[in-house]
Design a protein. Sequence first.
Length: 134
Amino acid sequence: DRKNIRTTKLIHEMTSTTTTVGKTGNKPTLTTAIATPSPSTQRSIEGMLTMEKTTATINTQTMQPTLLTIQEMMMKLQENMTKNHGEMKTEMEEVKRDVRKDIQKLDEKVGQIQEVLQKNEQRLQTIEKRMEKT
């Protein structure tokens, strides 16, 4: 905030305008001050520019390793995702095989149950025929 206030004051000093009334007293004349900063103002401006350059350099120096770290993390993440995808695909194939085997076993049991039911129906029919005879 102080930096912004100083910058604003400097800009105001360098671009200020003054109004003067000529000797005729008719119309005011607008005169723009020439931008010639004082030596202390010039030093202040140069100091601010140096600070900004230093800050920009530091930001660049810290940003590059940060970006490289992020890139490395993204590459590792991609590797993990690819690995996990492959593992998951393999596991899903195993689950499919297991489910198919379970379905086949159930089909066999259903077939056995149907055979037993048919045999029981035949026995019932045989018993009913015997009972009719007697």
